[in-house]
Design a binder for this molecule. Structure first.
Ligand code: EPZ
Length: 434
């Protein structure tokens, strides 16, 4: 298995191109199931999760074709891919695929809405929590679906004539359940109202794509979304919005090492809460015409307290990265994780680098230290893995991060984007390595 080797101590200077958002590309690809006509997605990031979802969709019968590089495009430009679900041959999403990536469960919405039935494996838990699907099931039932759970699969059937619009109220904000019910509602008869909907930018991006396909949706980005069903959806072209989590991750890397980096092709509006917290630590954050400029003296970082919340609050997907940053603050930071019940697995690994972090339930207390020391560490989930990279960028000596396949799920060419700004970071291929 590949490893990432980092020698800490270099500042970061230059520019980093931000890729299309993984957490928008996935629901957008799934939306292709809603139409018999071609959906063209631009700025699709090159990620393991995207490749896995392509396999899952082709298992249903979706054809996809990659548009070749156009003049001026380099390997860091996002991909353009045509998806066509004109010939769906299989309404089953099998365990061996769904268990690898929870978002693949979301195919249940489009399959049920367009074909009247679906058999989708329960996603099962993952490293950061049990992650049930009860909101999806109760939401689809509100749209008239009959749902049973049998041998680890969700068997769903729409009434004769298809799904019927209804009122869906989520007890807790859920990004995936919002995506899924919104997609199903686009082809349901009548109006659907989704209350306590997720407000994440990726929900708005999906709604914009669905509207380009002919869906009638109002209120995306607010906590109440209204969908009026239509007969069918048609071809469209949509550009995946920039990845706010990648943006925040690299902003924190610069804050950690010191330096001056412009994050290209992204927007501060996607992550205001995280940027405000960075400013409170003493980092200079400014907006440019095409992105965000991060300047840090590399000197004292003020300790700042953070609680993760649904958008527009501080994102849970930046919690591990921020914790890495706070290990080098001049004080004590309190980080509370409210979205997932087990999202502190990076703590033990950061401690191996010399970080001082105490855990008490959903609260992590981080006491800044003057110096981190490089060591071999292990990634446990997507965002935890990148927090180890951020710590390694300032730790003295070498840090080896193993299980980097977690990194490749959500960060496109991370070591290339960092090394071009001066980081001493390289990927060591795992052939023959333990
Ligand atoms: C999405 O996951 C993201 N994944 C996650 O990013 C992100 O952390 C999460 O939203 C929260 O922002 C993608 O977009 C592919 P949820 P999702 O449903 O939709 C509970 C990453 O690193 N819940 O918003 O699966 C759930 O257990 C990933 O890119 C139920 O109880 O998350 C959690 O506590 C990690 N029942 C909370 O809601 C349900 O039916 C929020 O989960 C559904 C969710």
């Amino acid at each position: 298995m590949d490893k990432i080797k980092i020698v800490g101590g270099n500042r970061l200077n230059g520019t980093i191109p931000i890729s299309g958002a993984k957490n928008a590309a996935l629901p957008l690809m799934i939306a292709s199931l809603l139409s018999a006509e071609t959906l063209t997605l631009e700025n699709v990031p090159r990620l393991r999760d995207v490749a896995l979802l392509q396999r899952i969709l082709s298992n249903h019968g979706v054809n996809y074709t990659l548009v070749g590089k156009r003049p001026g495009e380099d390997h860091l430009t996002g991909q353009t891919i045509h998806f066509n679900a004109g010939e769906i041959t299989d309404l089953v999403a099998p365990y061996e695929l769904v268990s690898q990536m929870r978002a693949s469960f979301w195919v249940i919405g489009p399959l049920l809405a367009r074909f009247g039935e679906a058999k989708v494996s329960l996603p099962g838990g993952c490293a950061i929590g049990t992650r049930p699907v009860d909101f999806f099931i109760s939401g689809l039932r509100q749209l008239g679906a009959r749902i049973e759970i049998e041998a680890g699969y969700v068997l769903a059937k729409a009434p004769e004539g298809g799904l019927v619009g209804g009122r869906v109220t989520f007890p807790k904000v859920s990004v995936g359940a919002t995506h899924t019910i919104m997609m199903a509602a686009t082809l349901a008869r009548g109006e659907t109202i989704i209350e306590n909907a997720a407000r994440e930018p990726e929900v708005t991006d999906l709604a914009n794509c669905l509207k380009a396909m002919g869906a009638r949706i109002e209120g995306a980005g607010t906590d109440t979304i209204r969908v009026t069903g239509v007969e069918r959806l048609h071809a469209a072209t949509h550009r995946v919005l920039p990845d706010r989590i990648e943006t925040g991750t690299y902003a924190m890397a610069v804050a950690m090492t010191g330096g001056d980096v412009t994050l290209e092709g992204t927007s501060a509006t996607l992550l205001q809460a995280a940027l405000d917290v960075l400013r409170q630590t003493g980092v200079d954050v400014s907006e440019t015409a095409t992105g965000i400029r991060i300047r840090s003296s590399g000197g004292d970082l003020k300790a700042v307290d953070v609680t993760t919340e649904p958008f527009p609050g501080f994102p849970t997907d930046l919690q591990a990265q921020f914790m890495a940053l706070m290990t080098r603050s001049t004080g004590v930071s309190h980080i509370r994780e409210t979205i997932f019940e087990n999202r502190f697995m990076h703590v033990a690994e950061l401690a191996r680098l010399g970080a001082r972090i105490a855990l008490d339930g959903d609260l992590a207390t981080v006491e800044g230290v003057a110096q981190l020391t490089g060591a071999p560490v292990m990634a446990t989930d997507l965002r935890a893995s990148v927090s180890l990279v951020i710590a390694g960028l300032v730790a003295s000596g070498e840090t080896h991060v193993s299980r980097v396949y977690h990194l490749d799920r959500g960060f496109e060419r991370l070591e290339e984007k960092l090394s071009r700004c001066g980081a001493d970071i390289e990927r060591i291929s795992g052939e023959g390595m333990r």
